[in-house]
Design a protein around this ligand. Structure first.
Ligand code: GEK
Length: 252
């Protein structure tokens, strides 16, 4: 593993939900893009472990002359981890996000990074983005924002574009089949947020804003759909509370 520059340099504190506000659905606009590194680090348990591991996994599955994709790249933390993990100069790396506020800032962070593998950024819907000859594709906490009825189609397209021996890194917030486990894991997640300085008001307002747009599914639903989409092997390589990262491998 190289000395990755995956973390953006400056971090502006997320106070978006600190004062009482009218409930409206969460959007990846300029105000979110501005505080995003701080927001995701303090909200997603395991995020700061997952990013450097994306570099390690990419190094294992990248293939000469192939394409690597980071779908829902936001400010490019996983794109940069992939960039540092790809061992071949003839690979191409593509980051895709449909938020122009995210892509504008992402360009800045890519330019600050010291690696020389070119990165192409596409400001477009990942459901429409062109995919081919893929060795490593990353969906790091992105599929959860795709409407559930489009998820199988997207994963089938990714599996179809993946070369034998290639892989998909899929990180998601999940829900649990047992209500009891769901309650415990949710409580632990909220304690993680409290420990990171979020107030009860911030936690409840963010929850209300995001629950219409972030639709979590169970591990069984993810696993079965990945197999149906055309991946032959699915494993969980990381879990912290209700946040999981899976590896789906195309063996042939
Ligand atoms: C990271 N992967 O730091 N097309 C393109 N982009 C989309 C779409 C879509 N249909 N839907 C959502 N997005 C990043 C973090 S954040 C996760 C990913 C989070 C984008 C959206 O604009 C946002 O930038 C990203 O997916 C999700 O490793 O905020 O919890």
């Amino acid at each position: 593993m190289t000395d990755s520059k995956a973390s953006p340099p400056e971090q502006i504190t997320d106070r978006l939900f600190a004062t009482e506000r009218n409930p409206e659905d969460f959007r990846f606009d300029a105000s979110v893009a501005r505080v995003f590194p701080d927001m995701i680090r303090r909200s997603v348990p395991g995020y700061t472990t997952i990013i450097p591991m994306i570099e390690v996994i990419t190094e294992q599955y990248a293939q000469r002359g192939s394409h690597c994709y980071d779908l829902g790249c936001s400010l490019g933390a996983s794109t940069l981890a992939m960039r540092h993990g790809i061992p071949y100069q003839d690979c191409t790396l593509v980051g895709v996000d449909n938020s122009s506020a995210m892509i504008e800032r992402c360009e800045h962070y890519i330019a600050l990074d010291d690696h020389d593998l070119p990165v192409t950024l596409r400001c477009e819907d990942l459901l429409k983005t062109e995919l081919s000859q893929a060795s490593v594709t990353t969906l790091n906490f992105t599929l959860q924002f795709v409407p559930p009825e489009h998820r199988l189609g997207l994963l089938t397209r990714i599996a179809g574009a993946t070369l034998p021996g290639g892989a998909l890194i899929l990180s998601e917030k999940i829900r649990f089949e047992s209500d009891r486990e769901q309650d415990i894991q949710t409580r632990l997640h909220h304690e993680f947020k409290r420990a990171n300085g979020y107030s009860d008001l911030e936690i409840s307002q963010k929850r209300a804003a995001i629950e219409q747009v972030l639709i979590p599914e169970t591990l069984t639903e993810h696993r079965e759909r990945l197999l149906k989409a055309g991946f032959e092997q699915v494993l969980v390589w990381y879990q912290c509370f209700n946040f999981v990262s899976m590896l789906a491998i195309k063996t042939r």
